[in-house]
Design a protein. Structure first.
Length: 219
């Protein structure tokens, strides 16, 4: 595509190759295919009843667990493919400390946004009893609107603007743009932070709601 249309979506061919490897590295840490949290199984087993009466916050405890998982997966699942891509094809590498800091900040917030979305999906099992349907819906939304399949900048007009404003863009497209240096840093981080706060806030409300009405499926 980039050989036929140089500069497509604002990327040159090296940027496009880099985009492929960076977004692939995000699959594990962001859990773009869903899951990654133990809350769903704990609801099914009935252990969630014990979690809800513990003095520790269920949401913060689960977030800490997920951040640890993401850190492990970026090292064993994310970095090696990027190094391989750099060795074989050559990829763009941030050339200033500022770009590295912007990317690392964007990546960290993206992990929180991803957690916030998946936490809401996991808690929905308390009411839906089965997460397979909403899990498939989440998979479609996360892979299509995050930018993992193609850069969201390829989407035309208002549809592209909408895709960039949705929370899934904050998981992949925005931190990748920070890596490539093609996005305004403060504005991009602000959008990511906004979605992180909103999703965590909704998660806190949902956690409070299941304390009052929850169907325990096991034990």
């Amino acid at each position: 595509m980039w050989q036929a249309r140089p500069g497509l979506a604002g990327y040159d061919i090296t940027d496009a190759i880099t985009y492929c490897f960076v977004t692939q590295a995000f699959i594990g840490p962001m859990q773009l295919f869903g899951g990654g949290l133990t809350v769903t199984e704990r609801i099914r087993s009935g252990d969630i009843a014990l979690d809800l009466v513990r003095p520790a916050s269920l949401q913060l405890w689960t977030l800490a667990e997920d951040v640890g998982r993401a850190a492990y997966l970026i090292l064993v699942r994310g970095v090696p493919p990027m190094l391989l891509g750099a060795a074989i094809f050559g990829i763009e590498v941030p050339d200033t400390p500022g770009r590295w800091l912007a990317f690392l900040a964007g990546f960290a917030i993206a992990v929180v946004v991803s957690f916030g979305w998946r936490y809401l999906i996991a808690l929905s099992v308390c009411w839906l009893l089965d997460d397979r349907g909403i899990g498939v819906l989440s998979l479609v939304l996360s892979t299509f609107f995050s930018g993992m399949m193609v850069p969201l900048h390829l989407f035309p007009g208002w549809f592209g603007d909408l895709a960039m404003a949705l929370p899934w863009a904050a998981m992949v497209q925005l931190p990748t743009d920070l890596y490539l240096g093609t996005a305004p840093v403060l504005e991009t981080l602000a959008v990511q932070a906004l979605w992180a706060v909103l999703l965590l806030g909704l998660g806190a409300l949902a956690t409070r709601a299941i304390r009052h009405k929850v169907v325990i499926q096991g034990g």
